[in-house]
Each structure stands twice: as C-alpha cells, then as structure tokens.
Design a protein around this ligand. Structure first.
Ligand code: NDP
Ligand code: DXP
Ligand code: MN
Length: 390
C-alpha cells in the first residue's frame, strides 16, 4: 500500500525536496493534497504532475485562477486557513508534511493531528509557538511527530534503541551561517545578499536569515525541548562549520552517538516519511577522507544574541516563546524588506520580550493571541525606531 501524503508548503524548499522523494519512490508514496502560497505557477505544475484530490491556496481569487487553469473536476481547490486545515486533514492521507514557513503552520498542523495523521514536521515555529500543546495533542490522538529538521532528525536517529532515562544531553550542531567569522563591528553593516548566502544549505529566505542570526538554532533549542522532552540545560549548541554531523546525543555513560551525512534535506525528509524503514536516495556519498577534518567551537553570545534570547524565552515559559517567534518573523520580514539593519534583529526581539507579560499557555487560542500581540508590538517598535531615525 502506498503511503498517502498531505503536503503543506509544497512550493517551498522542503516541499519541493519532498516531491523529489515521491518522484524517486512512486511505488511507496502518493500525494493526496498540496498547498502553496504566492508561487501559483509552481503549484499549478505540481498539481498537474501529482494530481492530488485537494489543493489549498491563499485567496479565493487564487483558487479561481487555479480552477480555470486546471479545468479538472476531479481536483478540488480550496483557500484560506480553512483550506489549509482541510488539506492538512485530507481523507486518505497517512502522514501530513508540515512545511509551511512560520506560525501560519500551527493551526493546520494541529488539524492534522486532530484528524489522526502522523506529522513529518519541518515547521519548527509550530513547536516554538505552542510546543507543549502540540505534543499533548499528538499523545492524546496517538500520532507520531517525526522530525524533518536535520538536527532533530539526527537526534531522533541517535535515540533509536534507547532504553529508559539514559540521555544526559543533546548537542545541536550549527553551521554558524555566513557570518560565523564576521566581527561585531562589521556585523552592523552586512547586506541582505550576504545574509542570504548560507554556506552549506539551500533553503527558504526566512530560515536562511534565521541561520545568519543564529535564531534558527534558538528556535531549534525550543523545538528539541518539546520533541524530546528535555530540560533546557540538557540542550547545548556547538558550531560545526562543515554541517556533516547533524547533531548528537550524549548518554549517561559518556557515550556520544551522532548522525552524519552530506547536507541535503532529502535525507531527513525521507527518514520521516519512511520511518522506521530506510529508503534508497540519490545523494552524493559522504567522503570523510576528502573533507579531512570536522571542527567545533562555542557560539559567541555577543555576536549571536538571538540564541540567548531563545533560551531566555524558554526559561520564561508560557507565552514567551510564541512572542519570541512572532517578533522574529516580523523583524526578519523587515530586514528582507530593507527596513532595518541586521543587528537590529536581536535588539527588537529583546524589546518585544521585555514588554511581554508572560501568560500561561493553556490553549491554542492563548498561543495565537500571544503570536498576534508579539507581531503588533514588534511592528510598533519598528515604526517607533523609524521615527527616531527620521
Ligand atoms: N529549507 C530547509 O532546508 C529547512 C526548513 N525548515 C523549516 O521548514 C519550514 C519551511 O521552510 P522552507 O521550505 O525553507 O520555506 P520556503 O519559504 O521555501 O517555503 C515555505 C512554503 O510555505 C508557503 N507559505 C508561506 N507563507 C504561507 C502562509 N502564510 N500560508 C500558507 N502557505 C504559506 C510557501 O508558499 P509560496 O512559496 O508559494 O509563497 C511555501 O510553499 C520552515 O518552518 C523552516 O524553518 C527546517 C529545516 C530545514
Ligand atoms: C537544514 C536545517 O536543518 C537547517 O535548520 C540548518 O540547520 C540551518 O543551518 P544552521 O546550522 O546554519 O542554522
Ligand atoms: Mn535545522
């Protein structure tokens, strides 16, 4: 029986890599639903190729356009958040690939969990915004949350066969991004093009900027806390510029188990889709002798303040991580739009967190409300900053 996939964020970097895996294994996987955002042309091509029964787009107008292009009554096109929710929970799908970027992924991912789908989770912002609620819902519905994020897949793989309470800590590896060796003074004037030039991974714009600030690693610390039920003090970060060791687990007896591979997201995506099996992938082999050395160092908290902010949000608990995430999404977009400089990113997020009165996180509505508050507050901070600058 082929596994049915609901694919949220099909037109993005993770979405396209997922479809490459489907192409390599048409005997194993079939596509039940696809969703896209602004890249309607790419979505149209994907729908023609994979013929899902349900497709989700952003607006009613986009849906009209897609229907007119497709002229196919066997393919239903829906739109908006309601459309995303329907695609996430589409009948016939066994697993939902959550690969929308940002907190916009939370509601559809929850809908998939409530519908009893296993989740291949790329969208880390879902766990940052509402980690305890998402994990509790998954437990209640008896569904698996299978990590796609390369570090978390590495930890998940390194935990296979573990018995009892044997983990001392996990070590997330970080490439250090394009500014790993840039001094504090020079970071003030780095350009968008430089920030988008990740040394090892080809990814969507938002996560690429997150890697440059190292907020990506901060979000991943929070993601690891919930995925693997770890205390924050059990999660360390090492800079590893080669991105060959994707992360490690240190056990109580001092043994460290790591997962290695060439930096290609098809590997963790395929593991999430085929778990517990491993399937053939057309990837370049890992040639350690040619690489020669793997190196490690500690992250510099002065240059990469976002990492410390994520630990702080985790410590504050409740709604603080949702506000951290929302503020980050707003400032990253402002940086992409040329409204703020690179080093304003951590400052603005810190200001938003400082202004937040942490509340308990008892429901998804609490998380969504904190998300809205964080966005609004950060927009105001950016506007206030502009007025000061004028
Ligand atoms: N790329 C990678 O290698 C990795 C990514 N991740 C995580 O996976 C997620 C996706 O990342 P990535 O693929 O790089 O991102 P991309 O920006 O490449 O793709 C994002 C996808 O989400 C869609 N989308 C964007 N905003 C919305 C919205 N508001 N509503 C509905 N759909 C939307 C986009 O549509 P469109 O493009 O058509 O506008 C696109 O299909 C992120 O959470 C990221 O942190 C984790 C590890 C690695
Ligand atoms: C591929 C992946 O999982 C990304 O999250 C990646 O880890 C980003 O690289 P950084 O280590 O630079 O954040
Ligand atoms: Mn990652």
């Amino acid at each position: 029986m082929r596994k049915g996939l609901a694919l949220l964020g099909a037109t993005g970097s993770i979405g396209c890599s997922t479809l490459e895996i489907v192409d390599a294994h048409p005997d194993r996987f079939r596509v039940c639903s696809l969703t896209g955002g602004r890249n309607l042309q790419r979505l149209l091509e994907q729908v023609r190729c994979y013929r899902p029964s349900l497709v989700g787009v952003l607006t009613a107008r986009d849906a009209e356009w897609l229907r007119a292009e497709l002229r196919d009554d066997a393919i239903e096109v829906c739109h908006g958040e309601e459309g995303l929710v329907r695609c996430a929970a589409v009948p016939g799908a066994d697993i939902t690939v959550s690969a929308i970027v940002g907190a916009a992924g939370l509601v559809p991912t929850m809908a998939a969990i409530e519908a009893g789908k296993d989740i291949a989770l790329a969208n880390k912002e879902t766990l940052v915004t509402a980690g305890p609620l998402v994990m509790a819902a998954a437990r209640r519905r008896g569904v698996s949350i299978l990590p796609v994020d390369s570090e978390h897949s590495a930890i998940f793989q390194s935990l296979q066969g573990q018995q009892g309470n044997a983990v001392r800590r996990v070590i997330l590896t970080a490439s250090g991004g394009p500014f790993r060796e840039t001094c504090l003074a020079d970071l003030q004037s780095v350009t968008l093009a430089q920030a988008l030039n990740h040394p090892n991974w080809s990814m969507g714009q938002k996560i690429t900027i997150d890697s440059a600030t190292m907020m990506n690693k901060g979000l991943e610390v929070i993601e690891a806390r919930w995925l693997f039920d770890l205390e924050p003090r059990q999660i360390d970060v090492h800079i590893h510029p080669q991105s060959i060791i994707h992360s490690m687990v240190e056990y109580r007896d001092g043994s460290v188990i790591a997962q290695l591979g060439v930096p290609d997201m098809k590997a963790p995506i395929a593991y999430a889709l085929s778990y517990p099996e491993r399937i053939e992938l057309p990837l370049a082999p890992l040639d350690l002798c040619r690489l020669g050395q793997l190196t490690f160092s500690e992250p510099d908290p002065k240059r990469f303040g976002c990492l410390g902010l994520a630990y702080r949000a985790l410590e504050l608990g409740g709604t603080a991580p949702a506000v951290l995430n929302a503020a980050n999404e707003v400032v990253v977009q402002a940086f992409l739009d040329g409204l703020i400089g690179f080093m304003e990113i951590p400052k603005l997020i810190a200001s938003a967190l400082d202004r937040h009165q942490v509340q308990a996180l008892d429901s998804i509505d609490d998380a969504l409300q904190a998300d809205r508050w964080g966005r609004e507050q950060t927009r105001q901070l950016i506007e206030a900053g502009e007025e000061v600058a004028r």
